[in-house]
Design a protein around this ligand. Structure first.
Ligand SMILES: C[S@@+](CC[C@H](N)C(=O)[O-])C[C@H]1O[C@@H](n2cnc3c(N)ncnc32)[C@H](O)[C@@H]1O
Length: 230
């Protein structure tokens, strides 16, 4: 997390959606001594929220070293180092054993990773009957549903986010902040990052429906899937 992200209050704005993380988590059955993997944990928004909601051991993985450094400092400050851990690695390069986790949680990461390889890895890492919870756009979920079924993930519940919430609660306030910071960062090394945020705001402003999201709660079904049978 750099100065620009801090001044834009990215993590503060993103926190608005943790209410949906809570709502989705509450739909899972109570689990004793669960092990959760947060895939693409970033600076840890969902990881901290999950830690508030249960006493599980939570492992976060991400490929962004800077975000992980911020997260590790936060974990230490919060006194949670005994059960929150982070590992810098890609989902596609983890060396955890098969069937290690009760829950795989991800918010905004799976759509970035090659679907087939990511889902095969999710299936391998989950215990039988374990849960895969994804927070993604409804469009992504609909497109990916056949692949999810083929990998043996069955939708058991969902939490749909309020329509337009990304615009009203994140992108609109972000647009205001960007206006105020444009001159300050115009000639800095952060100028390109600022432009990327501006482009993202413009894209969502044009079509807010692109960001309609949900948490989709799936269970790993028993038995061999078409993929495992190959
Ligand atoms: C949109 S951010 C979401 C971060 C966090 N989950 C949140 O909700 O605030 C996506 C994250 O996925 C991470 N990422 C991208 N490819 C990845 C991969 N192959 N394995 C693990 N993490 C990855 C990025 O570094 C980034 O932190």
């Amino acid at each position: 997390v750099n100065d620009l992200e801090r001044e834009l209050n990215i993590q503060g704005l993103r926190a608005a959606f943790l209410r949906y993380t809570r709502e989705a988590f509450e739909k899972l059955p109570a689990m004793e001594q669960a092990k959760i993997l947060d895939i693409g944990c970033g600076a840890g928004a969902s990881m901290f929220e999950l830690a508030r909601l249960c006493s599980a051991e939570i492992l976060g993985i991400d490929i962004d070293r800077n975000a992980l450094a911020t997260l590790e400092a936060g974990i230490s400050d919060a006194g949670l180092s005994d059960r929150l851990k982070v590992v810098e690695c890609s989902l596609l390069a983890v060396d955890f054993s098969d069937e290690t986790f009760d829950v795989l949680w991800e918010e905004g990461t799976l759509h970035i990773i090659d679907t087939e390889r990511a889902l095969a890895e999710c299936r391998r890492l989950l215990k039988p009957g374990g849960y895969l919870v994804v927070a993604e756009t409804i469009g992504w979920f609909e497109t990916t549903q056949p692949a999810l079924s083929a990998h043996g993930f069955e939708l058991v519940d969902s939490v749909l986010w309020a329509e337009g919430c990304w615009w009203t609660e994140y992108y609109s306030p972000l647009e205001q902040r960007l206006r105020g910071l444009r001159d300050k960062y115009r000639d800095s090394k952060e100028a390109a990052a600022l432009k990327r945020y501006e482009d993202e705001v413009a894209m969502v402003k044009k079509d807010p429906s692109l960001t309609n999201c949900g948490h989709f709660i799936m269970q790993k079904t028993p038995g061999r899937t078409s993929t495992e049978a190959d």
